[in-house]
Design a protein around this ligand. Structure first.
Ligand code: UDX
Length: 437
């Protein structure tokens, strides 16, 4: 199969490299000349474990190419993926589809022979219809089918998720398009990944419903965590206790500072807009969005409680800045509002993150960026774990205690057990675990 991947952002690059690894002939297209030149030199613009090797091997073997020329890439392709960005539109939270529609117009002009145009970008219900309309308008003679094939890749585990997906969703009523997508994903049958063929609008909504459900699960356990703190219960045990029920499932029940990242915040907002526009308001998602929003600043108040309200003039050390570990992505990271709230309370903030510090500089100011966890903890009156990077799971408490002004640990990811921190003489504040008197 010959594949053209339009957009070499996160999803496009991972998907392109994985399809090439399956043996398909892939050409990744991007308007950004500098990015394409860098990719041709083997430089990967994002941090994603395993992606550099995957790109290098497949480029070396000639299955993965990069170009800024959309026309020849599309003309030669059996399948063209649209994997361009769909950011939140400024002002109203709707998904901004201008990149998708621009790509559709350009693709239409370049189509030759039967081609399947597949939307991978997360797009609101009905976008496939619009892409189809744009293509028909630009090229009434084009022989093509427009398919929705949403991605469910987690940053930091994207290659694993691509190669071992829980399911593949393909939305199209066109028989030829089903055959082409079937061939594209054939290697995954070996991994026994189910492929769900459905109508296009259903596929589009599956993606939003999945993300909104996961965001709801996280927000639900976060609210239970707040209650657990008040009534003297332990949210970790509650999560285990409910998660063992197969109908609930144990994943995504980890209480923390609220969800962030490039998908959940944007997609929940876009889904709300779709609900409103179709007179089917989604009240549960409305609550999820506002509860999650309020939660981030509330986490800074935990630091204040741990410091008995004496935050002004104190140094607070923040460990972990990215929205989750194993990524350098700072988009909608809880660390951003948490740091701002701490600064509003008069704290001086020091921070350390294994991968995200360069990116973080665009999101926070007046922060001292440090070289490691211990450097970060120097003179701090509280150490706050915001993102659970592996290297924060075995901190040397003795060493921390010698460098800190006061041994206070605010563990927003419940990495440590309260007893463990107490044994080392640390005052401990976790999430959803009542403070033992
Ligand atoms: C998510 C979806 O998982 C993926 O299927 C979709 O395609 C894109 O969005 P990603 O944004 O990479 O992927 O991150 P994910 O691992 O899902 O975490 C999202 C956020 O939820 C993070 O901020 C994370 O810290 C938080 N989270 C996750 C929790 O607070 N608790 C949990 O139990 C799980």
């Amino acid at each position: 199969m010959r594949v053209a991947m339009i957009g070499t952002g996160y999803v496009g690059l991972v998907s392109g490299a994985c399809f090439a690894d399956f043996g398909h002939e892939v050409i990744c297209v991007d308007k950004d000349k500098a990015k394409i030149a860098a990719l041709e030199r083997g430089e990967i613009p994002i941090f994603e474990p395993g992606l550099d090797t995957l790109v290098a091997t497949n480029a070396r073997d000639g299955r993965l190419k990069f170009t800024t020329e959309l026309k020849p890439a599309v003309a030669a392709a059996d399948a063209v993926f649209i994997a361009v960005g769909t950011p939140s539109r400024r002002g109203d939270g709707h998904a901004d589809l201008s990149y998708v529609f621009d790509a559709a117009r350009e693709i239409a002009a370049a189509l030759e022979g039967f081609t399947v145009v597949i939307t991978k970008s997360t797009v609101p219900v009905g976008t496939g219809d619009e892409v189809e309309r744009i293509i028909a308008e630009t090229r009434p003679d084009a022989d093509c089918a427009v398919v929705s094939n949403p991605e469910f890749l987690r940053e930091g585990a994207a290659i694993q998720d691509f190669k071992h997906p829980d399911r593949i969703v393909v939305g199209t009523g066109n028989v030829r398009a089903r055959e082409v997508t079937n061939d594209l994903y054939r290697p995954l049958y070996l991994n026994r990944s189910p492929i769900l063929f459905t109508e296009r609008r259903t596929a589009e909504l599956i993606k939003y419903a999945a993300n909104a459900f996961l965001a709801t699960k996280i927000t639900f356990i976060n609210e239970i965590a707040d209650l657990a703190e008040k009534v003297g219960a332990d949210v970790q045990e509650i999560a285990r206790g409910i998660g063992l029920d197969n109908r609930i499932g144990s994943k995504f029940l980890h209480a923390g500072p609220g969800y962030g990242g490039s998908c959940f915040p944007k997609d929940t907002l876009a889904l709300l807009k779709t609900g409103q526009d179709n007179e089917a308001p989604l009240r549960i998602i409305e609550a999820v969005v506002s509860v999650n929003d309020a939660r981030k600043r509330a986490m800074a108040r935990k630091v204040s409680v741990a410091l008995n309200g004496e935050v002004r003039g104190k140094t607070v050390a923040v460990l972990g800045l990215t929205f989750k570990p194993n990524t350098d992505d700072m988009r909608e990271a809880p660390s951003i509002p948490i740091i701002t709230a701490l600064q509003d309370m008069g704290a001086k903030v020091r921070a350390y993150d294994p991968e995200g510090m360069e990116q973080a500089k665009a999101y926070v100011s007046n922060v001292a960026f440090c070289k490691d966890a211990y450097d970060c903890a120097a003179d701090a009156s509280a150490l706050v774990i915001v993102t659970e990077w592996e290297q924060f799971r075995a901190l040397d408490f003795v060493r921390l205690k010698t460098v800190m002004e006061r041994p206070v640990l605010v563990d927003l990811r419940n990495v440590y057990r309260p007893e463990e921190a107490a044994r080392h003489g640390f005052a401990y504040e976790g999430v959803g675990r009542a403070r033992k008197a």
